[in-house]
Design a protein around this ligand. Structure first.
Ligand code: ZN
Ligand code: ZN
Length: 141
């Protein structure tokens, strides 16, 4: 049995625990994720909804419709603003944890990247990371 994956926001007010190994791990380089992360991409660590427990702290939420009209909610620490989790109306049974908040970063092994067409031109990813120009339907859930 894999060890739980634990994580926290920058200030430590929010802590979470995910049971076992994630279903998938990927990057997103879309314009919205660049804005929210303040960086060239975010790291999504995808777990079944029932494997994720917020153990401590309060998450604020910003919800907006994605380009296809489905609500996408970005949950962040109300104190320090760290992005912690994404939930999607389209895939209610998964939770996407933000890789930068994971305690043991050696467990971060992304296998794909979405929205490479919106990415920074100087960003070169290893070949082992499958690169999609946009978002192929059904990849995450
Ligand atoms: Zn915080
Ligand atoms: Zn994105």
């Amino acid at each position: 049995m894999a060890e739980d994956l634990t994580g926290a926001c920058l200030c430590g007010a929010v802590r979470y625990r995910c049971r076992g190994e994630p279903e998938s791990m990927g990057l997103c380089q879309c314009d919205r994720c660049q804005r929210q992360s303040g960086s060239a991409f975010l790291i999504a660590v995808v777990y079944p909804q029932n494997a994720v427990r917020i153990e401590q702290g309060d998450l604020s939420v910003y919800t907006v419709n994605d380009p296809d009209g489905a609500a996408l909610s970005r949950h962040f620490c109300a104190l320090c603003g760290s992005a912690v989790m994404i939930t999607l109306d389209r895939y209610p049974n998964i939770r996407s944890m933000m890789g930068g908040t994971v305690d043991d970063k050696s467990r971060l092994k992304p296998t794909f990247s979405l929205w490479c067409s919106s990415g920074q031109p100087w960003l070169a990813l290893p070949e082992a990371i499958e690169q999609f120009p946009e978002y192929p339907d059904g990849l995450i859930a």
